[in-house]
Ligand binder design. Structure first.
Ligand code: SF4
Ligand code: SF4
Length: 432
């Protein structure tokens, strides 16, 4: 453990191993888990608030939970565990609000194919998660020949008709966040970063990076208001991008779209034509261990569907997973906050089959990187979802004892080194 939040910090630098106040590593671990879950939830809540959705109970919980992490307030593992699970419950509400706000403002999501590459015209690449920034940019670029492209977690914007139908939204460019230094340099136009995951830019392109509100990087220009004239002018000054084209991407398997197909899927489950569902997704990253997720998905049986979301999906797109019941086997549900949708699908299928989510032939393999993924994991634990696999590494803030509690209570496990063996165990039935 390490804590330096009060005057008593050991040696004037920080308490390691044990707190001067009496805090031990398990209490510190749960307080950090709570803090990180709150951070992820706060990002989602910020997006929802900007779209007019707030919940007083969520705001009150944030205050209460932060209070519990102060010096000399709580040294009690069970009550901190309760707060950690409550954070998961509140995050479910926040993700629900965000989903409702997106659908209400941008229309009923539907399946669509998205062009990749760039057209021979000035261009702006929009990355991050904030759809309202994209909407405002599109409104301000209308009537010009500046084309707008989504990057990373903005890809799901194309599933919403109000955004998709805008004449200046020209397609998608690039993959997950960890590739952005190469991709942003290669893009050649202006870049607008609306949230995480933005990296400190290389000098080569930092003068064409713009960020919004709390997002900021050295060398970039931070826009505090929803006025995008500087980005548009920069794109025009940079001139036309080269014409490039890549493979089309299929997006738009929002939970409402999948649940509309549920009767056919359930009939196929009854006939044994569909025998497993996987949720494989979340964040992405540069570590070599992340090929676990693509290998897991590539070896999933042809009689299974793979629901994916977050930028972890980009790792799965290289492989052709084929089709099942006329649908792609790999169903892109959207951004990481669309984990809410995956929960809706799981509870919908369980309800139709008259069983609990833990009785479904369902395997969840969560690729985590930062605090939004922590919030989503806490939501799944709050719902009592068992046997989730997380990786590629164990969260450093979980102490051995806290991890053991989660293992014993929820069957939480870590990704191994052999995706095929873990897949085979998942399909074996004994451990789900
Ligand atoms: S809160 Fe406790 S553990 Fe943290 S710095 Fe103060 S005395 Fe040390
Ligand atoms: S899914 Fe996670 S890693 Fe990927 S951009 Fe979103 S927050 Fe970042």
């Amino acid at each position: 453990m390490f804590c330096n939040q009060c005057e008593q910090a050991a040696g004037g630098t920080g308490c390691a191993d044990f707190g001067i106040c009496g805090k031990d590593e398990d209490v510190q671990s749960l307080q950090e888990t709570l803090l990180y879950g709150l951070k992820g939830m706060a990002a989602y809540a910020h997006h929802a608030r900007r779209l007019g959705k707030v919940d007083e109970a969520v705001d009150a919980f944030v205050e209460e939970a932060l209070f519990a992490t102060m010096t000399n307030v709580n040294f009690d593992v069970p009550s901190l565990l309760e707060l950690v699970l409550e954070c998961g419950r509140q995050n479910l509400r926040v993700m629900e609000m965000l989903d409702e706000a997106h659908v209400a403002r941008y229309g009923q999501p539907s399946v669509t194919t998205v062009r990749t590459g760039t057209a021979h015209a000035p261009g702006i690449l929009v990355t991050g998660h904030d759809l309202l920034d994209l909407e405002n940019l599109l409104a301000q670029v209308a009537g010009t020949d500046v084309m707008v492209y989504t990057h990373g977690e903005m890809l799901p914007a194309h599933m919403y008709p109000v955004l998709r139908d805008h004449p200046n939204l020209a397609g998608h460019f690039g993959g997950a966040w960890q590739l952005q230094k190469t991709e942003f340099e290669a893009f050649g136009g202006a870049i607008l970063a609306t949230t995480n995951c933005i990296l400190k830019p290389r000098e080569a392109y930092q003068d064409r990076v713009f960020t919004t509100r709390v997002t900021a990087v050295p060398g970039g220009t931070r826009l505090k208001e929803d006025v995008f004239a500087p980005v548009i002018q920069r794109a025009l000054a940079l001139g036309p991008l080269p014409a490039r084209s890549g493979p089309a991407l299929t997006v738009g398997f929002h939970h409402s779209v999948i649940l509309a197909a549920a009767p056919a899927i359930l009939e196929a489950v009854g006939k044994g034509e569909v025998n497993h569902f996987f949720v494989i997704g979340g964040c992405d990253g540069a570590e070599p261990g992340r090929n676990y997720f693509s290998e897991f998905a590539a070896n999933a049986p042809d009689t299974s569907f793979i629901l994916t979301l977050g930028c972890g999906k980009f790792r799965l797109l290289d492989h052709d997973h084929g089709t099942l019941l006329g649908l792609p086997r790999l169903l892109d549900m959207g951004q990481c906050n669309n984990a809410y949708g995956a929960i809706q699908v799981a509870t919908g299928l369980a309800g139709a089959l008259g069983c609990g989510v833990n009785d479904l032939p369902l395997t969840i393999v969560l690729s985590w990187f930062e605090q939004k993924a922590v919030a989503v994991l806490l939501t799944l634990l709050h719902l009592g979802v068992k046997n989730i696999t997380v990786g590629p590494a164990a969260p450093a803030f979980l102490s051995p004892n806290v991890f053991k509690i989660l293992q014993q209570t929820y069957g939480l496990r870590l990704t191994g080194t052999d995706a095929k063996a873990d897949l085979s165990r998942a399909l074996g039935g004994a451990e789900r």
